[in-house]
Design a protein around this ligand. Structure first.
Ligand SMILES: Cc1cc2nc3c(=O)[nH]c(=O)nc-3n(C[C@H](O)[C@H](O)[C@H](O)COP(=O)(O)OP(=O)(O)OC[C@H]3O[C@@H](n4cnc5c(N)ncnc54)[C@H](O)[C@@H]3O)c2cc1C
Ligand SMILES: *[C@@H]1O[C@H](CO)[C@@H](O)[C@H](O)[C@H]1NC(C)=O
Ligand SMILES: *[C@@H]1O[C@H](CO)[C@@H](O)[C@H](O)[C@H]1NC(C)=O
Ligand SMILES: *[C@@H]1O[C@H](CO)[C@@H](O)[C@H](O)[C@H]1NC(C)=O
Ligand SMILES: *[C@@H]1O[C@H](CO)[C@@H](O)[C@H](O)[C@H]1NC(C)=O
Ligand SMILES: *[C@@H]1O[C@H](CO)[C@@H](O)[C@H](O)[C@H]1NC(C)=O
Ligand SMILES: *[C@@H]1O[C@H](CO)[C@@H](O)[C@H](O)[C@H]1NC(C)=O
Length: 523
């Protein structure tokens, strides 16, 4: 090939002769014309007619509820910044919306569905992880999963880790830009609190880092969601020091064993525990015996950053009612605790964390709340009564306090720090599409029931547990006023600053979605 750039065009042209409409040809010609000369050819753009289109699109759809949703006109799978830049420029030229996907775990599928003609940029090729133990940081591509990040750190050190979520297939692109918490966040804060630099491609196709984007934009993408501001390419993360030995226990209590009373007590103490001690409460339905009616059980799952001996002296003093003894505790390395909380055996090789396949066969709906004052007994009893109605419901109560209490609520867009005892995640899943209405109906009733017991003004919610019931932008000319309600729920007093940053970074609201930060006025 005489000219590499010409070579790219020929390649696309060839594909297009057999498969594409003339719009496709012109999009792809635009794309290749914006790439610098290169002798490497990639398969970057997939049209709906491409044989790989469907498998790539389905590869990271985590919520089956959206498997029949409208499909993107193109799937773009960039290998480098230039591909992203060209996609942004050509999408604008062709009046196409863009959705960015890293791990595809968005609760409402906003990374791969849209009601208007759109393109998905799927970052799964951008997933290198470069770990520098000497200087205690890592650069990680936005398309990497948490599992890939944790694996790469543990391959180099058994006393370093990173404080992010416990599901290994979650993508760092969405997760870290929306906050990100896991089993060690009471000690180290959110994932977003531990970002020290980032590379992002903005609405004009410029590649920005912390210095060139400025502190306002750098603040916004650490909790305010990346999708409103650009395409995050990579993060520079501060690694944290973990002890060589950590300890876990799991104690499951039924209602008959006093689970309600234990949750009552837990509410008042878990947020005050030493920051090395994390104990969350998982409320689930059990059906011990098919002749019996389903009932509820609560599992108190612990990760302690230290040995069994220290853990026992702490938990037996602060929560004796749990009855934890040495026999209930297992010591392991931090990376084994990652496997443990991901549901793997700790005897398994850490390689399983590299498996990106989710193969979910279920639909789900999630919601979140934050609690400032312990819920009274009657409130808890009513809650458990509702939980028992739906066998696939799961509630996870996550204690705050510790490091979360020390960080100012305006330090990042994530505002729920010192005043909050714990967060609640409500989750329900189902197999058949016909049940969707019933299940979501139950979830909404539960949310209504909880109103008197949780935070108000605003009723706080976690952005990474996206919930379109909270409100949505209307397309395409969203005004600030109409969408402030859900924005306040996710970001509270930080919402106004996010709107100001968005207005400067993307004044024409190119990076719009149903819950993107709105611009002050459309120019
Ligand atoms: C099974 C499961 C377990 C979870 N566990 C936890 C947990 O332990 N802790 C926790 O805090 N959260 C958890 N979450 C929530 C999770 O943090 C969010 O769903 C997160 O947004 C997922 O990121 P993603 O990249 O996988 O998702 P995606 O669906 O790819 O993206 C989510 C959002 O971020 C945007 N986005 C993604 N990548 C980029 C990028 N590179 N640049 C700009 N915008 C981007 C998308 O457009 C979309 O709006 C869990 C979710 C699931 C489904
Ligand atoms: C797919 O191919 C058919 C003909 O084979 C064509 O009519 C259609 O426009 C193509 N669709 C896309 C999205 O390229
Ligand atoms: C591409 O270009 C580089 C640098 O000019 C060269 O080293 C390499 O061999 C070339 N690769 C191919 C496949 O032509
Ligand atoms: C998707 O469509 C298929 C075929 O019409 C249907 O059987 C299935 O139930 C639908 N799935 C969902 C989640 O709506
Ligand atoms: C602790 O372990 C013992 C022995 O295996 C078991 O009987 C007990 O139920 C466990 N306690 C808790 C609180 O899980
Ligand atoms: C990856 O995970 C999927 C889903 O759990 C599983 O079906 C598959 O066998 C795993 N692949 C490997 C190579 O372990
Ligand atoms: C938004 O667009 C709709 C339809 O195009 C129009 O009726 C409405 O007035 C517009 N609103 C604003 C605030 O521009």
């Amino acid at each position: 090939m005489a000219s590499p750039k010409f070579g790219m065009s020929i390649l696309f042209f060839f594909l297009c002769i057999s498969f594409c409409s003339s719009t496709d040809q012109s999009f792809q010609q635009c794309f290749s014309s914006h790439l610098p000369p290169s002798n490497i050819t990639y398969d970057v753009i997939f049209t709906q007619n491409s044989s790989q289109y469907s498998s790539i699109l389905q590869s990271s759809i985590r919520n089956l509820r959206f498997s029949n949703a409208s499909k993107p006109r193109y799937l773009v799978t960039p290998y480098n910044e230039d591909h992203i830049q060209a996609t942004i420029i050509c999408s604008k030229e062709h009046h196409m919306h863009v959705r960015v996907r890293s791990g595809g775990h968005d609760y409402e599928g906003l990374s791969y569905i849209s009601d208007v003609p759109f393109i998905v940029i799927d970052l799964f090729h951008i997933r290198s992880v470069m770990v520098d133990i000497k200087n205690e940081y890592a650069w990680v591509g936005a398309g990497a999963t948490l599992g890939e990040l944790y694996y790469s750190i543990s391959a180099k050190s058994n006393v370093h880790g990173f404080p992010a979520g416990s599901c290994p297939t979650v993508g760092v692109g969405g997760h870290i830009s929306g906050g990100g918490f896991g089993t060690i966040f009471r000690k180290y804060g959110l994932a977003a609190d531990n970002v020290i630099d980032a590379k992002m491609i903005d609405v004009n196709g410029n590649v920005l880092d912390r210095k060139s984007m400025g502190e306002d934009l750098f603040w916004a993408i650490r909790g305010g969601g990346g999708a409103s501001f650009g395409v995050i390419f990579s993060w520079k993360l501060k690694l944290v020091r973990v002890p060589p030995t950590v300890t876990v226990f799991k104690t499951v209590k039924s209602l008959e064993q006093g689970a309600t009373k234990l949750v009552q007590k837990w509410q008042n103490i878990a947020y005050k525990f030493h920051h090395d001690l994390f104990v969350h409460a998982v409320i689930q339905v059990t059906n011990p015996n098919s002749n019996q009616n389903p009932t509820v059980q609560v599992s108190f799952d612990c990760l302690f950053l230290g040995t069994t001996e220290r853990l026992l002296s702490s938990i037996q003093r602060s929560f004796p009612e749990l009855g934890v003894t040495q026999e209930n505790c297992t010591e392991m390395s931090w990376i084994q605790s990652v496997l443990y909380f991901a549901g793997y055996s700790i005897a398994e090789s850490a390689d399983v964390l590299l498996n990106r396949t989710t193969q979910s066969t279920q639909s789900f709906k999630g919601k979140s709340d934050y609690v400032k004052e312990a819920i009274p007994k009657t409130g808890l009893e009513g809650l458990l009564k509702m939980v028992v109605e739906e066998e696939t419901s799961v509630l996870i109560l996550t204690p705050y306090g510790g490091r979360m209490k020390q960080i100012k609520s305006s330090a990042t867009p994530f505002p729920y720090r010192s005043e909050y005892l714990y967060g609640i995640q409500y989750m329900i899943s189902w197999d058949v599409a016909e049940e969707t209405g019933k299940r979501i109906g139950w979830m909404r009733r539960l949310y209504k029931y909880m109103e008197p017991y949780v935070s108000t003004a605003p009723r706080a919610a976690y952005f990474n547990y996206r919930d379109l019931d909270l409100g949505r932008n209307s397309y395409p000319n969203t005004s600030y006023v109409e969408s402030s309600e859900w924005g306040l729920k996710y970001f509270n007093h930080n919402f106004n600053r996010l709107v100001r940053v968005k207005t400067l970074a993307d004044p024409h609201n190119f990076f719009w979605n149903e819950q993107s930060i709105p611009v002050l006025r459309l120019e």
